[in-house]
Design a protein around this ligand. Structure first.
Ligand code: ADP
Length: 160
């Protein structure tokens, strides 16, 4: 049976840190489904469609990566996709507590779905979508933090 993993997140927008986790995950699993969380309670900068489009463009060269979105409980989505794993990236101790809670609750909901954590690439340990947005808002360069298409998309969002 093919091993399928779901890599969930807001990806508002996708950064080089996300792409590093997605690429590494794609070497371990037969298929990685990058799933954009359609979270109405957050105020995103990019719409779900825009976030999906940016992810598709930037993962186009990885054949076993698919991009999708989901609503509701992650564990239900994972089962619907016949996936057996969730991939998450860990940047710092501050990520750990929340992720431990999520992984524990997901195991309680379905013990057959395993959460795998990958340590951030040291180059990207400080990197988050929020930091990128904060920098781009003030028109400072983000070329080292996100792919070119994302840099362009950010510029368009912040044109006054
Ligand atoms: P954020 O908005 O904080 O960037 P997301 O919800 O989009 O986060 O993140 C999706 C997943 O990617 C999470 O598992 C998160 O820990 C991981 N991730 C985000 N940025 C990085 C990074 N720089 N290095 C490793 N993992 C990361």
């Amino acid at each position: 049976m093919a091993s399928i993993a779901v890599c969930p997140g807001s990806f508002d927008p996708v950064t080089l840190g996300h792409l590093d986790i997605i690429k590494r995950g794609s070497k371990v699993f037969d298929k990685v489904i990058v799933a954009v969380l359609n979270n109405r309670s957050k105020q995103p900068l990019f719409t779900v469609e825009e976030r999906i489009e940016l992810l598709r463009e930037t993962t186009r060269d990885i054949p076993n990566v698919e991009v999708d979105n989901f609503n509701g409980l992650l564990i239900d989505y994972v089962k619907e996709k016949n996936a057996s794993a969730i991939i998450k990236g860990l940047r710092a101790v501050s990520d750990f507590e929340y992720e431990l809670q999520m992984a524990s609750i997901n195991r309680k909901l379905d013990e057959n779905v395993e959460t795998f954590f990958m340590m951030t690439n040291n180059k990207y340990s400080y990197l988050s979508s929020s930091i990128v947005k904060e920098i781009a808002k003030y028109d400072a360069p983000v070329g080292d933090l996100v792919p070119d298409v994302v840099e362009e998309a950010l510029k368009k969002k912040y044109i006054k």
